[in-house]
Design a protein around this ligand. Structure first.
Ligand SMILES: Nc1ncnc2c1ncn2[C@@H]1O[C@H](COP(=O)(O)OP(=O)(O)OP(=O)(O)O)[C@@H](O)[C@H]1O
Length: 576
């Protein structure tokens, strides 16, 4: 059984057994009712007994029917509760795992998978616990119970029905295996289509801009066709499995009918007994049929659980060993020592990189696109860990600190600051849940949003709109700076923090960064060479390695890549 399902089943055994128990009671009730009705109908053929037995038969039948009805109600309630419990535990497991993931991990599993797993997969899996497992228990107990009821009336019929009802399950299993394969294709095509659909929706403006929306709509149609094909295959195999199993059931019931008719004719069976045989013979299969219906949901659940398992199995543990040796150089700041890093299946993004960020100074990283600047930032934020080499912060190895502990010392303002629907206050308090208004206003002031916040009638309680849509690009970036300031981190990384803002906002943000440089340690990644000229040290990266480093003046005198970049940019600015 799938590991995830097994883990969840352990916590739900009580509920699963309770549903199976109540289902069994329903079967006991149905059997009793069948016997009462058969007994009464049988007595119609013996008129002298009709009147005396009618009253008590009706009373007993009503009682049993009421009991069965109540048991069905309780079963429904238990199923609902079990499904709800399963849903809650599964979502809790998935959410806590997803929240544990760092940027690299989320990229690895894919945001679409995380969404389909926590929405669709959970819906599919709940049936496994509320319906499939209880039906599985009942499908074994029910035929055995009925066998003992019928064996004294007709041993061959009781035995045949028992055997057929028990072999129905393996036959059904054969179809299930084929369906499972189709299911995998179904999930893949569903993911594929959903991912493409979400991408197209997100980039609809761009697609329209380049007149590519029709092309995307065509590809989306093709992906929908693949999904439909998988659904059709599933329906075909499902239908065949239904035909085969129904044929087995009807053949067995027909045998019971013919056998009973023959025995009535030769006088070895009463009409009441024959009626019991007929009524109960179908009950033999009701649990198995319920199981077969549920087994299709179980298949979906197993496939879905596979998806969930991929997420739950993602390794979120990070190397952590407080006893790691200290920095042999005891550098006062951050030091990357011969660090290499590579993304899965790709050549090395960083190769034997060494750099230092002295405390209180400003260090810049520049270089052509793809040279490894953002990867360096990710390593410095501990979104990922070096494959070899070490990073030290104020003498301590990065891996001797937990990521959350480390991030008290180092904050980052990314290219695109993420804001959440809600107020300015709520968005800022992500960085410091205990911050009071004075602290929040001070951070906003320092980030260059002072006049903006004072112009808002609701002040800190102003709404930022969906994902910060009520703010301009520049204001969103400044909110990111305010958030980083509130984290009180000594070290701050600005990764192309002005790449998506207008020139006026860019100027304001660089002024803010200039002020921050007076009191903090900054690591600035920027493609705009003019903005890093004042840095205490500039590292020029090329193909994941440090090609040059020094101040603007030394690098200009030295010539090489840095000078090339500066000259090229100046030429572009003149051309503009
Ligand atoms: N998530 C990823 N998966 C695989 N490869 C990646 C990933 N991110 C970056 N890379 C690769 O690693 C190398 C370094 O990328 P990185 O983003 O660090 O460069 P960069 O200098 O920041 O580029 P840019 O200036 O364009 O942002 C590139 O070859 C890039 O293709």
């Amino acid at each position: 059984m799938n590991k995830t399902l097994l883990r969840l089943t352990r916590g739900l055994w009580f509920w699963i057994l309770a549903i199976a128990g109540v289902s069994f009671l329903t079967l006991v009730g149905t059997t009793a009712l069948a016997e009462i009705i058969a007994g009464f109908l049988g007595s119609l053929f013996e008129p002298q007994e009709v009147l005396s037995s009618a009253g008590s038969a009706i009373r007993a039948a009503l009682l049993v029917a009421l009991f069965t009805f109540c048991a069905q109600m309780v079963k429904g309630l238990l199923e609902y509760k079990t499904a709800a419990k399963a849903r809650t535990s599964m979502r809790r497991m998935i959410f806590s795992k997803v929240l544990d993931l760092d940027a690299g991990g989320i990229e690895k599993i894919g945001p679409v998978s995380a969404i389909t797993a926590s929405v669709d997969a959970v819906e599919q899996m709940q049936m496994y616990f509320s319906t499939y497992l209880p039906s599985l228990i009942c499908s074994i107990l029910a035929p055995i119970y009925l066998f003992f009821h019928l064996k004294n009336i007709s041993m061959p019929v009781a035995l045949l029905l028992l055997v057929v009802s028990l072999i129905l399950l393996p036959v059904n299993n054969l179809f299930r295996c084929r369906i499972e394969e189709i299911r995998k294709g179904y999930w893949k095509s569903l993911d594929d289509m959903t991912g493409y659909y979400m991408d197209s929706l997100r980039g609809l403006t761009t697609l329209k801009l380049f007149d590519r929306d029709k092309e995307h709509s065509r590809v989306l149609g093709e992906k929908a066709d693949v999904l439909n094909y998988n659904i059709n295959c599933f329906m075909k195999v499902n239908f065949t499995s239904f035909l085969v199993t129904e044929a087995m059931i009807y053949a067995a019931v027909l045998f019971a009918l013919v056998n009973s008719a023959g025995r009535i004719a030769d006088g070895s069976m009463t009409i009441a007994q024959a009626l019991i045989v007929l009524m109960l013979s179908y009950s033999y299969f009701s649990a198995a049929k319920e199981l077969m219906n549920a087994s299709h949901s179980a298949l979906t659940a197993i496939a879905a659980a596979g998806k969930v398992e991929e997420i739950l199995d993602t390794d979120t543990s990070r190397p952590y060993d407080p006893s790691l040796p200290k920095d042999p150089e005891q550098f006062a700041g951050i030091r990357m020592d011969h660090v290499s890093y590579g993304y899965e299946g790709r050549s090395r993004a960083l190769q034997d990189m060494s750099l230092t960020v002295p405390k209180g100074k400003t260090v810049a990283l520049v270089g052509l696109s793809g040279c490894g600047k953002s990867t360096t930032a990710s390593l410095l934020m501990r979104f990922c860990d070096p494959l070899s080499g070490n990073i030290y912060i104020e003498g301590n190895d990065y891996c001797s600190m937990k990521p959350e502990e480390l991030r008290k010392h180092i904050a980052m303002v990314p290219q695109q600051v993420n804001l959440f629907s809600g107020t300015i206050r709520e968005n800022l308090m992500l960085a410091d849940p205990d911050a009071d208004d004075a602290l929040l206003l001070e951070a906003l002031e320092e980030a260059g949003l002072g006049s903006f916040i004072h112009s808002q009638s609701k002040g800190l309680d102003s709404d930022v709109g969906n994902a910060g849509s009520s703010l301009s690009g520049g204001q969103r970036q400044k909110m990111g700076i305010a958030r980083a300031l509130l984290s009180r981190a000594e070290y701050m990384i600005f990764d192309e923090a002005t790449s998506s803002v207008d020139p006026q906002s860019e100027k304001e943000i660089w002024t803010t960064i200039g002020h921050l440089a007076e009191t903090r340690t900054l690591i600035i990644i920027s493609h705009r060479m003019s903005s890093v000229q004042n840095a205490d040290c500039i590292y020029v990266l090329k193909d994941g390695m440090v090609a040059q480093h020094g101040t603007h003046e030394t690098l200009m005198n030295e010539g090489g890549l840095y000078k090339e970049l500066v000259v090229r940019q100046q030429a572009m600015e003149v051309a503009e």
